[in-house]
Structures are given as C-alpha cells and as structure tokens.
Design a protein. Sequence first.
Length: 388
Amino acid sequence: MKYKAAILGYYGFGNLGDELLLTACLEMFGRCGVGREGVIVLSNAPDETSRVFGVASVNRWRLREVVRALRESESLLLGGGGIFQDSTSVKSCVWYWGVVRLARLFGCRVWALGQSVGPLRCGVSRVVAGNALRGCRVLHVRGESSREVAESLGCKNVITGSDLVMTLREDSLSPAHTHIREDARDADGCSNPVTASDLVMPLCGKSSECSSPAHTHIRGEDSRDAVGCSNPVTSSDAMPPKPQAQHSEGKYTLLNLRPCENLPGYVRILTPHLQGKNLIGAALSDEDTDALTPLNLPEIVRVKTFRDARNLWAGASEAVGMRLHFGVLSRIFSTPLALMPYDVKVREFAAQSGVPCIVDEWAEPVAPLAVPECSSEIDGICREILAL
C-alpha cells in the first residue's frame, strides 16, 4: 500500500466550502503524522488539486484512475459535506455508493467525517446510501438531523460532531509548517504556490496580491468591475488584511446568496433592511455570483481560498448569508451573523452558533458563539483508523 487514505468529497468543482473541507482533512492527517505524500484525492480537477494542495490526485470520473488510487490506499475517507442526498440528483448517491463499493472490493477501510446525510426522498437513494454508510468503520455527522437519517438507514454508533472546517484557525500552523513547492504555480497563477497549510494562516510576509486575471474579483463579462470601471479591483487591493480585533471598525456588510427555491422571498425580506449599507457580495461558488449579480452590488468578491476569506472578513462589520460555510467562516472570524436557512443543516448550525435565522422576517445579525475545540475528537478518530 502506498497511501494511508484516499479522500473522497465534492472536490475540484470550485466550491470554497468543499475545498476548505479538503484543507481540514489534510491538516488533520498532518497532525496525526501523515504527510501529504501519504494521501491521494479523488477530484474533478486533479491537476489543480495537486497544484494547490501539494497532494497526489486522480480524476474522479476516470474509473481506471479511481481503481488505481483505491488499490494503493489502506482506507477511503468520505471527507465532509453532503454527498449522500438526492435533492440535486439520485445519480449523486449512486455514484458515491459505487466508489465505496469499489473501495471495499479492494480492501480499503471506509470511514466518514463531517457528513450531512439527507434528504433522501427516493427509495433508490435510501438503499444505496444506507448500504454505503452502514459499512463505515466510523460515521461522524455534523448535526442531529443527519444522525436521525443515518440511524433510520440502520447505521450504528453514529457520532454527532461539528463541521470539519470548524477545526481550522487563522494561526493553526506556524511558519515552519508551511509547504511551498517551487516547481508549480497555484490556482491563482502565482509562483511558489500555497498549500493547505498556507490556506489556514497568514502568509508570513508573503504578499496576497497577484496580478493574474484569475485573482481579480469582478462582476462583468468584459473585465470591468460592478460599476463599469476598468482595472478591476482584487480583494487584496480593496480589503487589506486587518487584525481580527478590529471587526467593530468594519465598514461593510457581507452578503451571500445561492440559488434556491425561496431566493426571491429572501431578497424581498433583505432589500429594505440592507438599503443604505455598504454591501459587498461574498460568492463561495460561481452560482453564488449568479445569485448576487441581479442585486447590482458595488462589488462581488469571488472567495477562492481561506486567505481570501481572511482578508475579506477582516473588514466586515456583519454578515448575512445562506451557505453553511459562509456561516462557518463568519463564526471563525467572530463576525456578527444572520443566516437564511435554505437547508436544515444551515438551521442547525445557526442554533449551534447562537445566531438568528431569517425566515419570514428580518433578524439583526448577532455575534456568534466562540468556536469550540473540536480538532481533538477528529484527530482521535483519525488515529484510531490509522492504527487498524
């Protein structure tokens, strides 16, 4: 066996939340003595995943590559997120089940961390999800609703815990633990690319600015900003890093939207209460940008890394949004928060964080509870699996 684990999730699709989940998994393995050379990632964009995170990666859609990765791995980690749900498609459940079945065929121990389970409305989804999850050595879920669904599928010894991103900290690693590769470029096109370690800490004097087009945050199709100006502004130009303690001096409200059935209703509730505020859209994926664009905000920042988030949240006085990991980041950076729960996982996170939900009427953002220490539990599970 070459790898301690193959890691499977919704990686390589340009969704910041899922990339942060991968970051958290890699940091967990690092704390447990497994370096990046000891894991391999199944990704939609394997070249980019390898370049940014400094790990081996294979194309999740190429069966031969997936088989090779599983044959060379001792275990398969389902690394966070809501992979077993059929609100988007039944095919998603069937695909992940197929990979789990292959992993078992090749003798991999299967384990899951930070999972959301459900909704599972279709009988086929319930059958394949139950079969996959019942075979997990450890099934760690990120909410009571997920635990209830998992147990209804016959899963035993389900562990309820926090989202994996909650284990990340701005100062989680010292400069000595950064891993800079000089033979490649990062996803933003900068030389000396950052790895997962760099994404969860200040860059130790390294500039966060980059002149490549991929690093700009704009709203137009013609390289112009939201108000039609050329020379688009990057997050580094517009929002230089500030100490976390200066949140009270923040000058803008962060707004995050994503497509959902009730999006027009949320916009109607938000509109009168956000008028007159200095708004910046925070897009964690391209579809967030699409949802925010009709609002004609002065600026929409496409947040691609933890570094981008750190810079952006540092100047925010409050945050109003929909995505779970928008809420997680706001809690990590101690930013007053209100959430619009398009999914039960967001409602549960709001309750856990002590922040209000905007459902039928406006609710003022409030400071979230401090982030609990949850890395020791995650690390304990990892060490247990590695020792088998």
